[in-house]
Write a protein that binds this ligand. Structure first.
Ligand SMILES: *[C@@H]1O[C@H](CO)[C@@H](O)[C@H](O)[C@H]1NC(C)=O
Ligand SMILES: *[C@@H]1O[C@H](CO)[C@@H](O)[C@H](O)[C@H]1NC(C)=O
Length: 265
């Protein structure tokens, strides 16, 4: 988590606040992707008021009820609800470290999108402002493309799992929110994207396979762009100076830039 300033708390959500890729909670957590949250000003003030109140209570000899801020408990409840919901969504979980939700079919995608927007709504009620959510990429801006590609992903799922994923591209670790952390994640992403391209082309044919592969790449590019923009802002450095080379490769043709090609974000 990033903490900037003293009156605003920035919190990034990746896979439910850094739940590791499928190792914890439930396998369907894997289909859950990135979020960016900001605590609202009022909400923060409320915590401050509460903290002061609790301190006064202690001063008067009362025991402090709980050291965990109510917002965090509220957020935990939202995450529990989301996890419970995701358990009912069928997923093939074969995209490895790639963040695209690996939902089985149209109905599962719709269910996933509903759960995720309910989760956002729940977080808003807790006093968070959801500034950014990768879900919009699959649930809003590219919904039809995702639907179009699902039969191909479905057909290739078993092969993707066998040939790519953790065995080939792992071990996956929790995403660390730093330039080094993004660089590490991009290394597994380059591997998973290159590997899945081969499998998708073979399983779905050139036309559908390359479209399905391009979708995974486009999603990943959007995700990296967000990481870099946020990091660039918080570090006061241009993207070109902080972009790890493993991430830059994803913007190159076939994930391999020649010397005269500079990726554009
Ligand atoms: C390609 O995808 C479309 C839409 O999903 C599907 O209708 C079509 O049958 C697929 N073609 C092949 C060769 O799999
Ligand atoms: C990248 O391209 C260069 C030159 O075309 C080639 O020698 C190298 O093996 C490629 N690297 C990868 C990882 O594909």
């Amino acid at each position: 988590m990033f903490f900037t300033g003293h009156n605003r708390v920035f919190c990034w959500f990746f896979i439910i606040c850094c739940v590791s890729l499928g190792q914890t909670v439930s396998k369907n957590t894997q289909i859950y992707s990135g979020h960016k949250l900001v605590k609202r000003e009022e909400a923060f003030d409320l915590v401050k008021i509460e903290a002061t109140f609790n301190k006064n209570e202690e001063g008067r000899g009362f025991k402090r009820r709980d050291s965990v801020p109510s917002e965090e408990k509220c957020q935990e409840k939202c995450n529990d609800d989301l996890r419970a919901g995701l358990d009912m969504v069928k997923a093939h979980t074969s995209f490895g470290s790639i963040g695209v939700p690996s939902v089985n079919d149209r109905l599962d995608l719709i269910m996933f999108c509903r759960l995720d927007s309910a989760h956002d709504e729940c977080l808003r009620r807790c006093g968070y402002e959801v500034q950014f959510n990768m879900r919009d990429f699959v649930c809003q801006t590219h919904f039809n493309e995702m639907i179009q590609n699902q039969p191909c992903y479905q057909r290739a799922a078993a092969f993707l799992k066998r040939r790519c994923g953790e065995r080939r591209c792992g071990p996956y670790t929790d995403l660390e929110l730093s330039v080094v952390g993004f660089g590490n994640r991009c290394r597994t992403l380059v591997c998973d994207l290159a590997c899945s391209r081969t499998v998708l082309l073979r399983q779905c044919g050139t036309t559908n396979g390359s479209r399905a592969s391009r979708f995974l790449v486009d999603y990943t590019k959007a995700q990296i762009t967000t990481w870099m923009r946020e990091t660039s802002t918080s570090m006061h450095l241009p993207i070109s100076q902080i972009m790890p080379s493993s991430c830059a490769r994803i913007f190159c043709p076939r994930f391999n830039c020649s010397n005269d090609q500079t990726p554009v974000v």
